[in-house]
Each structure stands twice: as C-alpha cells, then as structure tokens.
Ligand binder design. Structure first.
Ligand SMILES: [Zn+2]
Length: 332
C-alpha cells in the first residue's frame, strides 16, 4: 500500500500509480456526470499563477508567455477536466507537469498529461512509481482481505482494482516522470518568472518537491503541507514526522513573509497557516517524546493521546493516531 496507497493517502485514493495507507476511498464514480463547478474551483493568485481545487491533491499552474506549467495531476479520470479548466484561462499549450511526490492522487493524471507535457519530479518519485506494481502485488492482497472482513466495500473495490492493474501493467507503460532531479531544479518559463523546485528532507515521502514562483511569490507545498487537515505521514514511502519539522523549517526560512501558499490538501493560505501546521507536527512529536521519556508504552500512548486543539482538522479521527504512533517510533 505504500506506493499506490500512499498516493491515496489522504482523503483521496490512489489511483493509477501509487498507493497509500489506510484512507477510505471517497466514492465519487460519477464525476463525469457532474457539472465542472461541483468538481473544480480555480483561484487566481496573481502574476499568472493559479490554484485549482478538484478531487485529489491541489493543482497549481502558471501561464507563461509561451506555455503553461502545471503542478500535480490528481487522478486519471479528473485529468481531462483539469486540462479543460486550464483551457478556460488560456489557450497556451501545457508544456511542463511537476509531480510533488508519487502518491496516486497527485500523479494519477500523468497518463493524460504525458501526451503533451514533460513530466518532472525528484528522482525518488520515478523510482517509487516504477516499483509500484511489485509493491502492490506484495502488500495489497492482505489489505484486501482486511477490507473485506471489515465490510469496507469501497476500499475492497479500490484494492481489487489496484491488484488487477499491478498484474497487467508493464513497467515501461507507467506514466513516470521523464525528467528527474536530485536536490534543486529551476524552470525559466519567461515573463520574468523563475520556478524554483526544491527537494526537502524526507517528510511526507522521500521524494517530496515544493515549488516556488519567485516573481509571483507563490509556494506550492505538495503534501509537505496539509492546511487544517491532519497529514498522512507515509513512513513506508520514506516519510518522517521529524523530517516534516526539518522540511518545514527549511522552507519557512526560504520564502518571503508575504508568500501565498498552496497546500497539498486544504485551502490556499499564508506563512501563518504554514506555521500553524508546523506547530501541529511539533505538538505531536512533543507529546510522543514526553510519553516515551516517562516510560509509557506505545500502545498506551496511542490509546490515550489526544490533542483537542486539532480536533477540527480534517481527518483527525482517521489519521491522528497514526501520526502519534509515527512520532512515538521516532522519539528517543
Ligand atoms: Zn500524498
């Protein structure tokens, strides 16, 4: 469930390529029957940068003088809708697609975008996407049994489809990034803009990129930032709770105070919003560290732990205890 699942991780479900842990699939099979305004919302952020909300990780895009650069592709079935929303803003061709990480709710639309765009990501994204069929075949059958036993039909169906996909896909057919980088990459799209792509310390996964539009002062955080939503920390995908702190500190030190910030999930916000999320991670780590130092077992800690200040965050019931367990494992 790592790869695919991971993608799915959040409120999402992975589709085509990666996997994530235990998020319940959201049943929205009839996307094509619904009007676009109930699926997509475009938010202009100035200087030709936009946030696009749909189903899956938030998309960002920049309209340059010659071409459009897009960040993340959500799912295969919504990707054509993403493209048509961008076409409403500009008739310039989509030339680049940046994947912030390998999860299916961020890369599932790659199969559509690869027909016209160069797909770019950190090295580990490609590695994990290409390895995903093997991972699914190894890990999903047990999850499927569990889902069936729990009567979780939507999850069982999703897992079944993933297993079928893994059994028939050829690795060379996977819509993985074709241009990968190690620590930093810059795109010079014209219009006075410079697009900075930074690989951060392992946080959500070990292949996380954040994207900063220098002129527009817009930062797309991918899943290194969940705004008012409890994050999924994909440990099997190389993620880490302590790594989140390191990653967030690094990026907070780099961007200007008036930056606009697109999170992987949740609404666009500012540096204060990003700091609030950092505080959540710090508070979980602090609670785990204190419990461990006091000799409390992991089981007892996870059972008892509660951070009421974050109860209104989306996914508190689903993922908070997982975050706490991860934080305990990483505490000394
Ligand atoms: Zn993710």
């Amino acid at each position: 469930m790592r790869r695919l699942a991971a993608l799915a991780g959040i409120a999402l479900f992975p589709l085509a390529v990666s996997a994530a842990p235990a998020p319940a699939p959201t049943p929205t099979p009839d996307h094509h029957d619904r009007p676009p305004e109930t699926v997509f919302r475009v938010q202009p952020l100035g200087n030709d940068v936009y946030a696009l909300y749909g189903r899956g990780g938030n998309v960002g895009f920049f309209v340059g003088p010659d071409a459009v650069t897009v960040i993340d592709s959500q799912f295969k079935d919504v990707a054509p809708g993403i493209v048509s929303e961008i076409k409403k803003v500009t008739d310039k061709p989509i030339k680049f697609l940046i994947n912030t990480h390998f999860h299916g709710d961020h890369v599932g639309g790659n199969e559509v975008f690869r027909n016209f765009a160069m797909i770019i990501a950190q090295d580990n994204v490609r590695t994990r996407m290409l390895a995903s069929p093997e991972t699914i075949k190894k890990e999903y059958p047990a999850r499927l049994e569990k889902a069936k036993q729990a009567g979780n039909d939507a999850m069982a169906k999703f897992l079944q489809e993933q297993i079928e996909w893994a059994n028939k896909v050829k690795v060379e057919e996977i819509a993985a990034p074709v241009l990968t980088y190690d620590s930093e990459l810059r795109i010079h799209p014209g219009g006075g803009e410079t697009i900075q792509i930074w690989h951060l310390p392992p946080a959500h996964t070990d292949g996380d990129s954040v994207v900063f539009f220098e002129k527009a002062k817009v930062l797309h955080m991918g899943d290194d930032f969940f705004n008012k939503v409890i994050p999924f920390i994909d440990v099997s995908g190389g993620g880490s709770a302590k790594g989140y702190l390191a990653a967030l500190d690094k990026v907070i030190a780099k961007v200007p105070a008036d930056a606009k910030i697109i999170p992987g999930h949740g609404e666009v916000t500012d540096l204060a919003g990003l700091r609030a999320f950092r505080q959540y991670i710090a508070d979980v780590l602090d609670a785990a560290g204190k419990a461990k130092a006091a000799g409390k077992s992991k089981e007892d800690f996870v059972k008892d732990v509660d951070l009421p200040a974050y109860k209104d965050f989306g996914g508190y019931k689903d993922r908070f205890k997982d975050n706490a367990a991860t934080a305990y494992d990483e505490s000394r």
